[in-house]
Design a protein around this ligand. Structure first.
Ligand SMILES: NC(=O)c1ccc[n+]([C@@H]2O[C@H](COP(=O)([O-])OP(=O)(O)OC[C@H]3O[C@@H](n4cnc5c(N)ncnc54)[C@H](O)[C@@H]3O)[C@@H](O)[C@H]2O)c1
Length: 430
């Protein structure tokens, strides 16, 4: 049995793609199985060999004692019988799923796949992707037949980046397999590392769909709050206060407005949209939520410009400090940052903008967005925008922010980190 051979270390598990999802998973599995960690980026492999996580999430001590070999060499995959794929699934500039990393990972596996092997996908995809898009690539490159010679599975990752309280072990794992035997073996492998339990989905498509709707639901819930923030701003009502009041009802779900960036919540709904459109259905609710969320940087920039003009300040003469550029609080990940969009919007109004972020990497931010991060505020700013609720920005008093503010300043607090609301400065929040 596949699981027993892995357990006795007669054969190995390969993790393909060692990023935010792949590396923690590989290290957990390497406490129970023999693991080969494969990534196409040699510089990342070199770092992991030195017990450094290139994504800055895992401490060096977590590498110790793990039975894992990091490599970018295809030959090293030949000893493996159980492949887990955790490569990125982004969208292209037209918001269409870009399956290149997933298909190229499948091609790599296809070249070393043997009879009796398993391939389990963890990357977020649309329902049908594993069996309709990946399986044919595996077949083509291996000369084997799916179902007869090798089996497939899908098990989505559900980690919440930056949330150290819930590691993979603590999150219930959905697993699925191409047949009963596959489901059993895949459940046993994950069962070794997951303490929170295993949920056996009835099919690969159900498991794929479950993951994509988790993130789509969150995107839509936030988009509703963002739309409310736009409406209540016109009414002069504080959205947070409304949410707190409404939240006293037992069945009101509390979500908060904000910028929705990153590589999951703002991206995954497009996978579902793509598949729906392929099947001739034009999703309206999902896309309208996406439009609202993507429009928030422009809304915030316009709001700030309106306030500046109302104070007889010429935006072209104003300097703004943006605090935080990562896609969410307490992480280093800057991918698909909507703060970068806000920066661009402000620059389009000829505002001078400085950006600081204690978590983001300066070089990466420059390469990705051509934004030069500063170490600390360097001026007396006309406005400060707290864009990300990093711990460093929380629990500060009004005085903390006013120390780098000029005359008659404005504080835009997108994540409502300041409580109580400051009294002596112009304060606005979503
Ligand atoms: N990051 C999260 O919090 C999170 C949570 C749940 C699900 N997901 C999903 O998991 C998947 C992986 O996301 P991530 O954030 O870990 O990505 P990532 O960008 O952090 O890591 C991906 C890794 O894959 C490597 N890679 C790319 N193409 C490859 C290939 N063809 N062969 C081998 N390695 C390759 C990259 O070099 C990188 O190290 C995505 O589908 C994502 O949507 C991510």
């Amino acid at each position: 049995m596949v699981y027993q051979k892995l357990k006795s270390k007669e054969s190995s598990i390969a993790i393909i793609g060692l990023g935010y999802v792949g590396l923690p998973l590989a290290l957990e599995l390497a406490r129970h199985f023999k693991v080969v960690g494969f990534d196409i980026k040699q510089d990342r492999v070199d770092k992991m060999r030195q017990h450094i996580d290139p994504s800055h999430e895992i401490e060096s001590k977590n590498f110790q004692g793990a039975d894992i070999y990091f490599t970018s060499n295809l030959e090293d995959l030949k000893q493996c019988t159980f492949f887990i794929v955790a490569v990125p699934t982004p969208v292209d500039e037209h918001k269409v799923p870009d399956l290149k990393p997933l298909l190229s990972a499948s091609e790599i596996i296809g070249k070393v796949l043997k009879k009796g092997d398993y391939v389990v996908y963890e990357s977020t995809v649309y329902p049908g992707c594993t069996e309709e898009d990946c399986a044919p690539i595996l077949e083509k490159n291996s000369g084997l037949v799916f179902g007869k010679d090798f089996k497939l599975g899908y098990s989505p990752e559900r980690i919440n980046p930056g949330d150290k309280s819930k590691t993979i072990r603590d999150i219930l794992k959905i697993v699925s397999g191409s047949d009963e035997e596959a489901l059993e073996n895949i459940s046993l492998v994950y069962g070794e590392i997951i303490h929170a339990g295993i949920y056996k989905a009835s099919s690969i498509k159900v498991a794929e769909a479950a993951k994509v709707i988790e993130n789509t639901q969150r995107d839509l819930n936030i988009s509703f709050m963002n739309e409310l923030a736009i409406i209540f701003d016109r009414m002069g009502i504080d959205t947070r206060e409304v949410i707190e009041a409404a939240g006293t009802k037992w069945n009101f779900l509390k979500y908060y407005p904000g910028l929705v960036g990153g590589h999951c919540i703002g991206v995954d709904p497009y996978y579902l949209v793509h598949k729906a459109m392929e099947l001739g259905y034009d999703p309206q609710v999902i896309l309208s939520g996406r439009r609202i969320n993507d429009g928030m940087p422009a809304f915030v920039a316009k709001k700030l410009i309106q306030i500046l003009i109302s104070k007889k300040k010429n935006p072209g003469d104003c300097k703004v400090l943006v605090m935080g550029i990562t896609f969410k609080e307490n992480v280093a990940d800057i991918r698909n940052s909507k703060v970068a969009d806000l920066y661009k919007e402000l620059k389009a109004y000829s505002v001078k903008v400085d950006v600081i972020d204690p978590h983001a990497d300066t070089l990466e931010t420059w390469e990705e967005y051509q934004i030069q991060l500063l170490d600390k505020p360097t001026d007396q700013y006309d406005a400060v925008i707290v864009a990300v609720a990093h711990d460093e920005y929380k629990n500060k008093t009004e005085d903390y922010y006013t120390q780098f503010m000029g005359k008659d300043p404005i504080l835009i607090d997108l994540k409502a980190v300041l409580s109580p609301k400051p009294k002596n400065i112009h304060y606005w929040r979503l």
